[in-house]
Design a protein around this ligand. Structure first.
Ligand SMILES: [Zn+2]
Length: 581
């Protein structure tokens, strides 16, 4: 490979060769054809997305000798070539990052009055213009106020908020966007082919993802890989160069999250940690995929999800099984880990905790306590996503029949979508009106009592929520009363009956003290804050024997991993338990 950097070597010589930024290119082409090129442009956007490449194309286009203006820049004429080689006096590139003094600005400006030596325009390309000093900006401003007809300024910046408003107002502004994974990958493939490099499947996409939208970075990575491999680049080489984790591990974790399988999710995390892979990068890769699924789900537009060809199908499959509230929760949860993972002395613990939280949090699991007393369960909201035919649990506890609740996107669900200790979720009252209009489910099987089943499911949903938040609830009681908090250390939630939370106390002493009016009130208020519904408290000192009625069976069935997964995926609850055949 030539020593010349790939980015420079493959810099577009014509607008047609340019990858991305179509909106900018189209406007500039029109301006050139119509002969109304502005005297000052401001190109803003992240680094490596083609701002200076487009600035050079513009400089060539306004000076190009091609007769047909639609073909400018032609890339072949004397001027196009001179400019491409950096040998043209009329095109001046200034890096403001290294030329910040007012003297430098004056030097530029003094040249402005000079006529172009052989082109039609003198073009000043000022990169990182936000780095100029105030004095330099003022000098530049004077020129921008009355630019000579033969001068064009192209100012480029990654930090437009640092450019004074007086400069902004005198420029025609273009915003450059990051390159998508698919278009970056396609460009990498073209270049690799021309350079005689063989890229294994997934390599262009992996590089594109790591480059996060910067074509310059993507080509830099490709060049480094090419320099230490012999013409063929494998996915593993990409991963080891970039400290990336294999997509397979990220996929395994996402699968486990969607399956509601904490064991598999923790195995995936531990696998990555054991390899000594960069956990922050792994987490970023995870967040990026979850974000893609979220965008896909929210917009239904796969272009937005910016996926490479290699992942599109997977993302679409996940989107079919996902619900927005849960995904939103996951993206927030995992994207907040970066700093923790950098500073923690506990290795991958923050990631493990987040995985557990993702799977046990109210958003992930507990349904809002919505009763559907009179209404048979409605079909699942997303009937297209059929469950994988899950085998019934082996040692036959009776097979639970799982059905979706009425499509009650009640205030309660939205309330739990953004759990916050400070803001109580809107209280929910089970309403018959909301569910009464639900279409009846196909009557394949007549449950013993839909009313009892719905009540049991609501109770246990609430119980699971109390259990999941028990530590937080105890913590929130402390500021109100350390004594009550101490009492709570000796009790645990064992049941919910309607709107009553039942706590099992270690002794009559604990029960009596907790049931004192002022103490109950504290606990009930904290419970309400966490549950979003008003609840009463009852203490008992006897654990009730597991009943073998429908209620007891539902309670047991809800502990089964497969049942949990099915309930999560279909936002369903158990309507009946059929005896094993
Ligand atoms: Zn030309």
């Amino acid at each position: 490979m030539a020593s010349q950097s790939l980015y420079r070597k493959w810099r577009s010589q014509t607008f047609g060769e340019l990858v991305g930024q179509e909106h900018v290119v189209q406007t500039l082409r029109n301006a050139i054809v119509e002969g109304r090129v502005a005297h000052a442009y401001l190109f803003t956007g992240p680094r490596g997305v083609g701002k200076t490449s487009v600035a050079r194309l513009l400089a060539k286009a306004v000076n190009c000798l091609a007769d047909d203006s639609t073909l400018r820049p032609c890339g072949h004429c004397a001027l196009c070539q001179e400019i491409a080689e950096g040998a043209c006096d009329d095109v001046l590139e200034i890096d403001a990052a290294s030329n910040t003094s007012v003297e430098d600005a004056r030097t530029i400006i003094s040249g402005v009055m000079t006529r172009p030596s052989h082109g039609r325009f003198r073009v000043y390309i000022v990169d990182e213009v936000h780095m100029l000093s105030t004095a330099a900006f003022n000098a530049l401003l004077k020129t921008l106020e009355e630019p000579p007809a033969h001068v064009i300024f192209v100012l480029a910046t990654t930090e437009v908020h640092k450019v004074p408003a007086t400069i902004l107002s005198r420029c025609q502004r273009f915003t450059f966007t990051r390159h998508g994974v698919a278009s970056t990958a396609a460009h990498l493939r073209r270049i690799a082919e021309a350079e005689g490099l063989a890229l294994d499947e997934g390599v262009p996409e992996a590089i594109a993802r790591a480059a996060t939208g910067s074509m310059r970075d993507a080509l830099g990575v490709l060049e480094q890989l090419a320099s230490f491999t012999s013409g063929s680049i494998s996915l593993q080489q990409v991963h080891s160069l970039l400290g990336m984790t294999a997509a397979a591990e990220v996929h395994a974790l996402i699968e486990a999250l969607f399956a509601g399988d904490p064991a598999a999710a923790l195995r995936a995390v531990n696998g990555v940690a054991e390899q000594g892979a960069d956990l922050r990068q792994f987490t970023r890769d995870l967040v990026e995929r979850l974000r893609a699924v979220l965008l896909l789900l929210a917009s239904g537009d796969d272009a937005l999800a910016d996926s490479g060809d290699d992942e599109r199908q997977l993302l679409e499959g996940w989107a079919q099984r996902a619900d927005t509230a849960r995904l939103l929760h996951w993206v927030k949860l995992f994207s907040g880990l970066d700093h923790q993972l950098r500073t923690t002395p506990y290795g991958h613990l923050p990631l493990e905790l987040a995985v557990v939280e993702a799977l046990v949090s109210p958003v992930a699991h507990a349904e809002a306590p919505t009763r559907t007393p009179d209404v048979p369960p409605a079909p699942a909201r997303r009937p297209a996503a059929q469950p994988r035919p899950a085998p019934p649990p082996p040692a036959a506890p009776p097979a639970p029949r799982v059905a979706a609740p009425a499509p009650a996107t009640t205030p309660a669900r939205e309330g739990t979508a953004a759990p916050s200790a400070a803001a109580p979720a809107p209280a929910t009252t089970p309403t018959r009106e909301e569910t009464a209009t639900a279409p009846p489910a196909p009557a394949a099987h007549t449950p013993r009592s839909p009313e009892a089943a719905a009540a049991a499911n609501a109770d246990f949903s609430l119980l699971e929520l109390v259990e999941a938040r028990w530590e937080e609830i105890k913590r929130d009681v402390r500021p109100r009363s350390p004594t009550v908090q101490a009492l709570l250390h000796s009790v645990r939630p064992i049941d919910v009956e309607g709107n009553t939370v039942v706590l099992l106390a270690a002794s009559p002493f604990h029960r009596e003290n907790l049931e004192k009016a002022q103490n109950r009130k504290i606990v009930e208020e904290v419970l309400q804050r966490h549950l979003g519904v008003a609840v009463a408290l009852r203490c008992t000192i006897e654990a009730r024997a597991e009943v073998r009625d429908l209620r007891g069976q539902i309670r047991e069935a809800r502990k089964d991993e497969l049942v949990r997964a099915a309930m999560n995926i279909f936002e369903a609850h158990i309507v009946d338990i059929e005896p094993p055949e």
